[in-house]
Write a protein that binds this ligand. Structure first.
Ligand code: ZN
Ligand code: ZN
Length: 117
């Protein structure tokens, strides 16, 4: 339960800020005295944090991304933000003789690295 401390919850009846669960089984709104059982209260809290899950942020990224972030994601570690997960894509440079340059784009901070093959 302590992991919810610091998060703000609102009364579904009047929108007032609810107090954090205490010793009682019910969290009661100080304004309209609407009561929510603590276990339900915690469940609501879990659902509201879903916004921050990786799946959602990936979707949001894809919306505003250009083609740089479309491609296979590999386990390469970004040298800027140090997180794993970079999109792999190749680009043919000037002429075919010079071979391909491999680009990696960080899915977290969009940092780009390239490697000549
Ligand atoms: Zn209320
Ligand atoms: Zn990065």
């Amino acid at each position: 339960m302590s992991c919810f401390v610091g998060d703000t919850n609102f009364c579904p009846e009047c929108g007032n800020v609810l107090p954090l669960p205490g010793m009682q089984d019910i969290v009661r709104c100080p304004r309209c005295s609407f009561g929510i059982p603590v276990n339900e209260f915690s469940g609501r809290e879990i659902r509201s944090t879903v916004v921050f899950n990786p799946e959602q942020s990936t979707l949001a990224l894809e919306d505003e991304q250009d083609s740089e972030l479309k491609g296979p994601v590999i386990d390469r570690r970004c040298s800027r933000c140090n997180k794993e997960g970079m999109v792999y894509h190749t680009r043919q440079m000037r002429s075919a003789d010079e071979g391909q340059t491999v680009f990696f784009t960080c899915i977290h901070c969009r940092y780009q690295e390239k490697e000549d093959s």
